[in-house]
Ligand binder design. Structure first.
Ligand code: FES
Ligand code: FES
Length: 277
C-alpha cells in the first residue's frame, strides 16, 4: 500500500548462507535478487528475466513451520521475493553450498562432469533447484527431478546432460530395463569405439565412480539462533516503510482481516507473481 508516513521501520532479521542479516531500512519494493547481488555482493545468483520465468535466480529458502514443527526447504525465484517476507527465514545461495575456493558441492561437480554447463548462465539456478530437491528427497525419482527443474530454462545444453547429472543421485539409475543376463545399456559396446590401432576407446561422457559421494547429513543446518527465534513465534506485527510503499506482516487472521478492511486496496502478497513483476 502507498505510504507517506515517516514512522520507523521494524528491523528485518534473516540469514543468508549462515550469516545473520539485520536490515534496518528494508524497502518493501526491494527483491531478494537485487539485495543479494547489490547489497551483499553475492553475484552467483543470476538475473535472467527478472519476472519469474527462467529460474536463473533460484535460491533455497528454509523456514521453520510451527504446525509441523519441521524445517521446510523450497526453491524460489529470488527476483520475485520481496525481502520483507523473509523475516525469520534462512536463504541459501549457490555460494553457500560450495565453491572452487573451498570445495565444490557434489551437485556442482556432477553437472560439470556430465557436461551440463555450457555458457553457464543457467547453472547456478539449476544447481540450486537440484540442491533444494535433494534436501527434501535425498534419492529423488525421475518425476521429482522433472518437477524440480520445470522452472529452469537452459538455452545451450538441450537439458539431457543436466538430467543425466541429476539421475546420478537416483537410487536406481534409469537404464534400459535390461533382461536377465544382459549387459546394462550403460555398459554396452556402443560406448566403445575402435581407435586407428584397433584399440577400444570408451566414449562414455563421465564415470560415476569419480564423483564425490553425496551425504545429506553433511549439509548446512538451519541456523540454531534462527530456530530459537522461529520457535518463539512472532507475536508482534512487523511494519516496513518504503518511499512509496508500506509492508505490513500481521500475526493473525483477525488482524489481517482488520487491515484489509482498513486498507481495501492493499494487495495481499503471497507468490508475488503480480505485484512483484
Ligand atoms: Fe528469471 Fe528470476 S531472473 S526467474
Ligand atoms: Fe547456457 Fe544453460 S548452459 S543457458
Amino acid at each position: 500500500m502507498s505510504s507517506s508516513t515517516t514512522a520507523r521501520s521494524d528491523e528485518l532479521i534473516f540469514f543468508v548462507n549462515g550469516r545473520k542479516i539485520i536490515e534496518k531500512n528494508a524497502d518493501p519494493e526491494r527483491m531478494l535478487l537485487s539485495y543479494l547481488r547489490k547489497r551483499l555482493h553475492l553475484t552467483g545468483t543470476k538475473y535472467g528475466c527478472g519476472t519469474g520465468g527462467c529460474g536463473a535466480c533460484t535460491v533455497m529458502i528454509s523456514t521453520y513451520e510451527p504446525f509441523s514443527k519441521k524445517i521446510q526447504h523450497c526453491s524460489a525465484n529470488a527476483c520475485l521475493i520481496p525481502i520483507c517476507c523473509l523475516y525469520g527465514a534462512a536463504v541459501t545461495t549457490v555460494e553457500g553450498i560450495g565453491s572452487v575456493k573451498s570445495r565444490i558441492h557434489p551437485v556442482q561437480e556432477r553437472i560439470a562432469k556430465c557436461h551440463g554447463s555450457q555458457c553457464g548462465f543457467c547453472t547456478p539456478g539449476m544447481v540450486m533447484s537440484i540442491y533444494a530437491l535433494l534436501r527434501n528427497h535425498p534419492e529423488p525419482t525421475m518425476e521429482q527431478i522433472s518437477e524440480a527443474l520445470a522452472g529452469n530454462l537452459c538455452r545451450c545444453t538441450g537439458y539431457r546432460p543436466i538430467i543425466d547429472a541429476c539421475k546420478t543421485f537416483c537410487k536406481d539409475l534409469d537404464c534400459c530395463k535390461i533382461r536377465e543376463n544382459e549387459n546394462c545399456c550403460l555398459d554396452l559396446k556402443e560406448n566403445l569405439l575402435l581407435s586407428e590401432k584397433g584399440k577400444e576407446i570408451c566414449t562414455k561422457l563421465f564415470a560415476t565412480d569419480e564423483f564425490q559421494p553425496w551425504d545429506s547429513t553433511q549439509e548446512l543446518i538451519f541456523p540454531p539462533k534462527l530456530l530459537l527465534m522461529a520457535k518463539e513465534q512472532r507475536k508482534r506485527t512487523l511494519v516496513f516503510y518504503g518511499e512509496r510503499t508500506t509492508w505490513i506482516s500481521p500475526v493473525s487472521l483477525k488482524e489481517l482481516l482488520e487491515l484489509k478492511a482498513k486498507y481495501p486496496k492493499a494487495p495481499l502478497v503471497v507468490g508475488n507473481t503480480s505485484v512483484g513483476m
